[in-house]
Design a protein around this ligand. Structure first.
Ligand code: F0G
Length: 438
């Protein structure tokens, strides 16, 4: 714990609370864990928020452009830590599209299916929602250097927001375990990259030690302020649906920050009276990296599970020891949620359909759609229920890996290089026109 001087003069309007014992701590000090080692969460004063006024204000702010309040996070300022506008580090994140696709509905078997595309965020992934609040907290706490462990997207996002705020950034990544485009983003935004000979879980353990030893602020999702912005994902999708919650929300699970945040946002919406029931949360893991699924099968008895050598094509969720286990389990339990695991073949199949629908997303994202289809087939999700699948990252995020794997999976030959003559491309054109759309 490195105590530091907070930058805001007034006492903050929030506390940090241990998710296990309920012990509270001041909100304006650097702290990621309670003294027991359990995670802490931000507790806000939500009394006196009028649900109708809140909905109206958020609808009005949504129409704004280029202002802090138009951000898909800070728009929900009544549910965010009350910080002065000057301290806020925003790239107007959020405001992502909610798509509908007949072909995806038909493929998954859900008539009322929508996909919330978080790949439309400024750095191409859902991480930007949590990073605007995380880096704002860093500034509020007087921090100058931020760090994270990452499978790629967190590092790209943190690097961008740190650059926006004029802070140094250090990212710890598993060597060879991160898609090239994500690493390039982090580097181009000016972050220092430390490659670790190990996996994400090793990098995660290390960065906590680093932040305890040096004056460096940790911005993985164990940081309670990351969860505060990230929770806007559920709030915004409920707003997209005219403030009516869907029956289910499916999302991929890795380190489990996103699913924890989703639950926090939804439960605060219900607590304030904006919605009157909680959607059921379906967390989908890759079969080779599915400790939460293993725990779910045993009703989470015996505490967190660990997969020692996690493996999946979806490198973003190649995680064996999720840090936000406790928060995520609380959300699954409270929403009567489920956990599923999908094989790499199911992920690739889902990606093929998501891409062919014209929407497109990175492989890890498509676990949500694969899981949705599997849960419908198993009779868990009923065809008449409404489902929102979260697509967490942009199609360009792991382009090489997924294109190669997809081609191999489909048994496609390598693309020939043509001479720039009509004669040479004619053969190919005939085949393409014969084949029709994917
Ligand atoms: N989808 C994508 C595209 C991700 O990058 C991640 C996590 C997840 C899903 C899982 O979310 O960890 O909150 O359960 N990426 C992290 C990173 C670990 O470092 O970019 P989670």
């Amino acid at each position: 714990m490195n105590p530091s001087t907070p930058n805001n003069a007034q006492a903050p309007g929030w506390l940090l609370r241990c998710i296990e014992t309920g012990q509270t701590y001041p909100g304006d000090r650097v702290r990621y864990r309670a003294d027991t080692g359990a995670l802490v969460e931000v507790v806000l004063d939500l009394d006196g928020i009028d649900p109708a006024k809140f909905r109206d204000a958020c609808n009005r702010r949504r129409a704004l452009r280029g202002q802090t309040r138009s951000s898909g996070v800070w728009r929900y300022r009544e549910l965010m830590i009350p910080v002065a506008d000057e301290l806020i580090v925003t790239r107007f994140e959020g405001n992502t599209p909610l798509y509908r696709s007949e072909s995806l509905s038909a493929w998954t078997g859900v008539r009322d299916l929508a996909v919330k595309h978080e790949g439309h965020n400024p750095t191409g992934s859902f991480k930007d929602r949590g990073m605007t609040t995380g880096v704002t907290a860093a500034r509020m706490l007087g921090q100058r250097c931020v760090a994270c462990a990452s499978t790629g997207n967190t590092s790209a996002s943190m690097a961008s927001y740190a650059a926006t705020a004029g802070m140094s950034a250090v990212v710890f990544v598993p060597a060879g375990g991160v898609a090239a485009g994500k690493l390039a983003q982090a580097r181009l935004f000016g972050a220092h990259i430390v490659q670790i000979s190990g996996n994400f879980d090793d990098a995660m353990r290390l960065v906590e030690e680093v932040c305890a030893a040096f004056d460096v602020y940790l911005l993985n999702s164990i940081n309670p302020f990351r969860i505060e912005g990230q929770k806007a994902i559920g709030i915004e999708l409920v707003q997209d649906l005219g403030w009516r919650p869907p029956d289910w929300i499916a999302l991929p699970g890795g380190n489990l920050g996103n699913s924890s945040a989703l639950y926090k946002g939804l439960s605060e919406l219900r607590r304030v009276g904006v919605i009157d029931r909680l959607p059921r949360i379906a967390v989908i893991q890759a079969a080779g990296a599915a400790p939460l699924h293993a725990g779910y099968l045993e009703r989470f008895a015996g505490g967190p599970r660990v997969v020692a050598d996690p493996q999946t094509i979806a490198s973003a969720i190649r995680i064996g020891a999720p840090a936000s286990w406790g928060k995520c389990v609380a959300g699954i339990t409270a929403t009567d949620g489920v956990v599923a695991s999908v094989t790499d073949t199911e992920i690739i199949e889902a990606k093929r359909h998501v891409d062919a629908s014209g929407i497109g997303a990175e492989s890890a994202s498509c676990a949500s759609v694969a899981g949705c289809k599997q849960l419908v087939a198993a009779g868990v999700i009923k065809p008449g229920e409404s489902v929102v699948c979260v697509l967490t990252g942009n199609i360009l995020k792991d382009a090489e890996a997924s294109a190669e794997r997809l081609a191999a999976h489909l048994g496609e030959p390598e693309q020939p290089v043509c001479e720039p003559t009509l004669a040479d491309v004619s053969e190919q054109l005939k085949i393409i026109l014969d084949k029709g759309p994917a």
